[in-house]
Design a binder for this molecule. Structure first.
Ligand code: NAG
Ligand code: NAG
Length: 416
């Protein structure tokens, strides 16, 4: 989810730099990026060859839910040397929360460290485009732990198709100017900020992010023993996916963010994100949209969700009520948490992420969804997570640890 914020954030910086350095382009602020995306979308809608840059990344994620309460979250990030950061949650009414056994740690190794990965493949996953921008396949074969049953391990096979009309929300094109103005108006401009502005174009060239809504259909099979089929659970969910890649994660100071994705009984959905980076630039940035059943996106123009009134002490609230505005409508959003879990992101667990599995009601329409609350984490990555790391990775970590500003660099690279 963070990739979304990063892109929006950089676009804001660029807008700001154009304004300040007085070189506002005729063709509109977001013209170049928009053009790039339109021209080459299908090429991008597949696993990317990772750049030489040690911090190049390629991330896909899926979030989905349905009116029966089934909810899914998958996030796979490819890094150099076959490193994969993975998160997979499936919340089912009859099982509760199922999760990848290694969570809350997300770090996995899919090669011997000398070979690069070429696909979103490994540790049981294979996620790939069958037809770019239209259809993706999601497969997972392996273990999931059932949290309500003392982390009992279940052998599962997931086979899903993500099917879309091809429409997508493009933050570069569709972001409401009202939310931009709101964020910028709150900021103090200092020297670090100017330096950042001077480099923003360079950074933007190296990243791409897009997002698309669609339907997930398929099934989860649960095996009691390796061969004995125990449960066959059909899955039909509405959701969205996103894909982002690049080489620079120049943002080291995300303080908090909250991200909410809600899927309603009438097939519509709502995405709202609130980002805070007070020490850096934006103390409050709100982004998101409402999407109709047919894939028509309306950007939000305002939202009265303020970070300081929701979980500022470090624990996300169990109830959340707020109002979201678009140009032509107000939406009263009520959220009630059914379940919640935690994971850690970053090579040294620099961030703690809570995901809540929620029921919701928007203007009287019921639905389900997932929220994400990110906080900074200072405890480090414990031995119980790192003991199984391969030797080559331990060596790399050790030498990086010796570099004075390592923490700072590593912060730049973490990604939920
Ligand atoms: C997975 O689902 C697809 C589409 O529904 C189907 O064609 C395919 O046979 C399934 N694969 C497995 C291994 O069940
Ligand atoms: C995917 O969408 C296409 C057209 O939008 C439709 O014809 C097809 O049946 C859908 N497939 C699935 C598996 O939902």
């Amino acid at each position: 989810m963070r990739a979304r914020f990063i892109t929006v954030f950089l676009l804001l910086l660029r807008l700001q730099s154009k304004l300040i350095f007085d070189i506002y382009p005729d063709k509109g602020i977001f013209y170049e990026l928009k053009y790039l995306i339109a021209k080459s979308f299908e090429v991008h809608d597949q696993p990317q060859v990772l750049d030489e840059h040690p911090k190049s990344y390629d991330v896909i994620s899926f979030m989905a839910a349905n009116i029966n309460g089934q909810k899914l979250l998958i996030n796979l990030e490819r890094r150099r040397r076959g490193i994969m950061k993975a998160c997979f949650y499936l919340w089912l009414p009859e099982y509760g929360l199922l999760a990848l056994p290694k969570l809350p740690d997300m770090l996995h190794f899919t090669t011997d460290g000398n070979t690069e990965s070429e696909e979103f493949k490994g540790i049981g996953f294979h996620i790939y485009p069958e037809e770019p921008m239209i259809r993706w396949r999601i497969k997972y074969e392996g273990l999931l732990k059932q949290l309500d049953e003392g982390n009992k391990l279940l052998q599962v096979k997931l086979n899903l198709t993500f099917n879309s009309t091809g429409k997508y929300f493009n933050y570069n094109r569709d972001l409401s100017l009202a939310v931009i103005a709101d964020s910028l108006a709150r900021e103090a401009w200092n020297e670090g900020f100017y330096t950042m502005l001077k480099n923003v174009d360079k950074v933007l060239q190296k990243r791409l992010h897009y997002e698309q809504n669609g339907q997930l259909t398929g099934s989860l099979e649960i095996y009691e023993k390796i061969d004995k089929l125990f449960g066959h659970i059909p899955l039909t969910l509405s959701g969205f996916r996103d894909h982002s890649f690049g080489t620079e994660r120049c943002l080291s100071t995300i303080n908090r963010y909250v991200y909410v994705a809600l899927f309603l009984e009438d097939g519509s959905s709502m995405v709202v994100g609130i980002l805070s980076q007070p020490s850096f630039f934006l103390s409050s940035l709100k982004v998101g949209y409402i999407c109709s059943k047919d894939g028509d996106y309306k950007p939000i123009t305002a939202c009265n969700f303020e970070l300081y009134s929701y979980g500022e002490k470090g624990t996300p609230p169990r109830h959340q009520n707020f109002i979201v505005y678009t140009v032509d409508k107000d939406y009263f959003v009520q959220i009630k948490v059914q379940d919640s879990t935690e994971r850690y992101a970053g090579g040294n667990w620099e961030a703690k992420i809570y995901n809540q599995f929620v029921a919701c009601c928007i203007n009287g329409r019921h639905g389900h969804g997932i929220t994400e609350y990110l906080y900074r984490h200072k405890g480090g990555r414990p031995e119980e997570a790192s003991y199984s790391d391969p030797e080559w990775y331990k060596r790399v970590r050790k030498s990086e640890d010796d570099i004075e500003d390592f923490d700072h660099n590593e912060l730049n690279s973490f990604s939920p």
